[in-house]
Ligand binder design. Structure first.
Ligand code: HEM
Length: 500
């Protein structure tokens, strides 16, 4: 008996010692990576995360990204005894992004809704297989079929805003959100009977999406909610359960209705416009993916695509309204391409809207909606000057990459013209990181660019905008969302067109 107890005690002590040894070896490996300022003994930088709210945390991230750029683009902050790596150098960020595809467990907080969909899949093998299967649905050819929906949505938004023309500042947030939400639902689900028709089902669905975002954010911010056992018995879990029922019920109904519609007709519903659901159910038919996996991908498209483009567009409109000379240059380009016509945007028009694209990218560079993304470092990663040891968690600071030294001394300046002068653009393809970088970057990038450009054309040829983006205050709720100062005013351009 005593022998057994002694052996167990020795084993426990040996285990702890080995763990400590491994920890100190790991910390030694990290020692060449610069620690950013403001670290307190024992707790490191944790005080920032505990005392800061969702608004202050944005300044913390921006400040640390700036510091990281000053010390070479790879640095670390301490959360108690654990170092978190912050990468803001474009080349090193790309190396990390293309070496480690695994995302940390916090991404699983949306699990009940989106499961192993692309954005949150933790297993690299699952993600790799699904990404390969989904990529063709985002080909330029497929997306060209969406242009009709993008135009319809953009025209509807321009109409919805009409009552505000000449009426002073208003919050454009709810209009843009609701419009983009309808757009992503139409392009994802199409319009199977009874699914997300205007009315209460859409409202319930929107509320459920908001609930899930709220639950995820609360879990991220409340340390004890990271533990499934605590979360399981919390009020948040009950809220999540109700919302998930609505969300998954909707995608399941859409899946079933689309499958039977396609089955009856034995061909695609529409040759020109084919919503994501139609191309994805082919993957069930040929045995590449299960119904459950496809449902998770459909839910992921709503989750990842619903207010990303909309929030980004809010900032784009505010920036355009804040720089009258930039706005007039865009208008001139629109006049050259469309004259006074209010016709739909075609795929050929995009090539000619060079300045509009430059403005869009410049706003996205300075106001990225996702300031950081996270990766688990599952193998040693050799960067330009240091090696990030396996076992670390990395924050890829997209905010910092977008303002790194690669952009030159005027990296913080808003200057759309830089995009039209190749000599002024960084050599690194990863220097523009707003859609993330590397092979696990945003699959909806082209979709988002097409829909935002189409909306801008419809709005800017009809209205002149005024705004003050310096008043905009944002908070981190999964992405950078506006808290205040998000107002624009619009004036109709009809009178000036008649004079031309
Ligand atoms: C301006 C609009 C958008 C921005 C700025 C944006 C940005 C991003 C970023 C930064 C990521 C990486 C997230 C991470 O690794 O944590 C990402 C991933 C993703 N985005 Fe977007 N996104 C936008 C629009 C869209 C749209 C419209 C869709 C769908 C139609 C979409 C679908 C996805 C998906 C599925 C992923 C996960 C990709 C993967 O892991 O393979 N996004 N996006």
């Amino acid at each position: 008996m005593w022998l057994l107890l002694t052996l167990s005690a020795f084993s426990a002590i040996a285990f702890v010692l080995l763990r400590l040894l491994a920890y100190f070896r790991y910390v030694k490996k990290c020692s060449l990576i610069p620690t950013l300022g403001d670290s307190l003994p024992v707790i490191g930088h944790a005080h920032h995360l505990i005392i800061k709210d969702t608004v202050e945390i944005v300044d913390f991230i921006a400040g640390k990204c700036r510091e990281s750029n000053q010390v070479g683009g790879v640095s670390k902050i301490w959360i108690g005894p654990y170092p978190l790596m912050l990468i803001t150098d474009p080349d090193d960020a790309l190396t990390v992004a293309n070496t480690c595809y695994q995302k940390p467990y916090v991404y699983k907080f949306a699990d009940a809704w989106v499961g192993d969909g692309l954005a949150t899949a933790l297993l690299t093998t699952t993600w790799r297989k699904h990404r390969k299967l989904l990529n063709p649905s985002f080909s330029q050819q497929c997306l060209n079929g969406f242009l009709q929906i993008f135009n319809e949505q953009a025209a509807a938004l321009a109409r919805d805003l009409a009552p505000h023309a000449g009426g002073g500042p208003f919050d454009h947030n709810r209009y843009i959100m609701s419009n983009a939400f309808d757009g992503i639902c139409k392009t994802t689900f199409g319009k199977p009977d009874g699914i997300l028709d205007k009315g209460s089902s859409t409202e319930d669905y929107k509320k459920a999406v908001d609930t899930i975002v709220h639950v995820c954010m609360q879990r991220i911010l409340t340390l004890w909610m990271h533990f499934d056992v605590v979360f399981k018995f919390s009020k948040l879990r009950a809220e999540e359960e109700k919302a998930v029922k609505t969300l998954r019920g909707t995608s399941w109904d859409a899946l079933k209705k689309t499958q039977s519609a396609v089955g009856q007709e034995n061909k695609k519903l529409d040759d020109r416009f084919q919503p994501f659901i139609n191309s994805l159910i082919d993957l069930i038919a040929d045995g590449s993916m299960t119904e459950k996996e496809i449902q998770e991908e459909l839910d992921t498209l709503i989750f990842a695509g619903h207010d990303t483009s909309a929030t980004q567009l809010l900032y784009v409109l505010m920036a355009i309204g804040s720089y009258p000379d930039v706005q007039e240059k865009i208008y001139k380009e629109l006049q050259e391409v469309f004259g006074d016509s209010t016709r739909d945007v075609t795929k050929d028009d995009f090539r000619r809207l060079e300045y509009l694209e430059a403005v869009l990218k410049e706003v996205m560079r300075l106001y990225p909606i996702a300031p950081i993304i996270l990766r688990d470092i599952d193998q040693d990663v050799k960067c330009k000057n240091v090696t990030i040891p396996s076992g670390s968690t990395a924050f890829i600071g997209l905010w910092g990459v977008n303002r790194s030294g690669a952009w030159g001394a005027d990296a913080d300046q808003f200057d759309p013209g830089r995009w039209l002068e190749p000599a002024r653009l960084p050599a690194s393809p990863a220097a523009f990181a707003s859609f993330s970088i590397g092979k696990r970057g945003c699959i909806g990038k082209t979709y988002a660019m097409m829909s935002m450009k189409t909306t801008l054309v419809h709005l800017l040829r009809r209205y002149r905008l005024k705004a003050d983006i310096s008043k905009l205050q944002v908070q981190l709720v999964l992405m950078l969302k506006p808290v205040s100062g998000c107002e624009i005013s619009i004036e109709s351009r009809d009178a000036e067109k008649k004079c031309n």
